[in-house]
Design a protein around this ligand. Sequence first.
Ligand SMILES: *Cc1c(COP(=O)(O)O)cnc(C)c1O
Length: 366
Amino acid sequence: MRQVPYVNFRAQFEEERSEILGAVEDVFTTGQFVSDAAVAKFEQELADYIGVKHAIALNSGTDALLLGMKAIGIGPGDEVITPPNSFVASTAAIVLLGATPVFADVRDDQNIDPDAVAAALTPRTKAIMPVHLTGRMADMRPLMQLAEKHGLAVIEDAAQSVGSLYEGRQAGTFGLISCFSAHPLKNLNAAGDGGFVTTDDDAIASKIQLLRNHGLIDRNTVAVWGTVSRMDVLQSEFLRVRLKRLDSVIERRRRNAENYRQLLADAPVFIPPDRNFEFNTFHVFVIQTDRRDELQKHLADNGVGTAIHYPIPIHLQPAARELGHRRGDFPVTERQADRILSLPINQFLTEDDQAYVAENIKTFLG
Ligand SMILES: *Cc1c(COP(=O)(O)O)cnc(C)c1O
């Protein structure tokens, strides 16, 4: 039986073996494992790629959200509007800073609905945090207009969307801060945890640099209480290798998505269409069907790995009990949580793999 794995880290390593091993050799030879100067090379290349003034490398996407929001002053008494269908870190970071997450439901494409955001505004609203889920950017034009009109900060959770575009502009160039992840499952992936914030604001960038390094302004002087959230030099060197390949990774994932669209054109599944003003990088490729659980099992029985991003909406998690939500509060998100299935979309799929996945879906759904 054919095996179509959801991810294929082994194949990724084979493609880049000599460069990765060269990076390991260099880092161990210099002995610089933690070094702002060494990581700055990656930060500059990344800032140039995204088209921002600053990229600040951190040790996870979650820390990018935490330190980024701390640096812009999000704290107790502030409300931050965000969707309930993200990875849990978007909401957790708001709560951990003592602020209040206020959820706004999403649209067909799984991204936050600007009308729902408008309806969720209160005098305490301090920021809007759209999440560019699946590799497709949220509808930034109306969101930026709302933010401008009401004097709110925009925080992009771009963890899933490095390289994505909206009206020709990259993810990470809209928000006051934008937060990215380099987790192994993301399109620009480290060999472990990693993340970064992008911003055009010098003061915010400096603040995050302080916070990630114990608040130290020199070896012995602590200017503010900080933490340790630096990116390791090994990870930044791996990411420099992979940043050079990112456009190729994205192109291959987009080609796979286009193949699926054709292969599944007559299948009874919903796939949100691509709109002409967006460039989707397909961190995940999601189909929607009422028979999701059975289909997932059928695919697993036939060697096809799939995933669900995410089966339990954040407002229905045990940790969210204190927020006082119940089933029915965000019906679009809840319905999608029961219907979404992420197909393998990794850059190593062959056309035969994809045809096999599509055939299995079509025979099963009839
Ligand atoms: C992955 C992810 C995060 C968290 O990133 P980590 O690097 O795992 O901490 C935050 N938000 C979204 C939408 C994500 O997909």
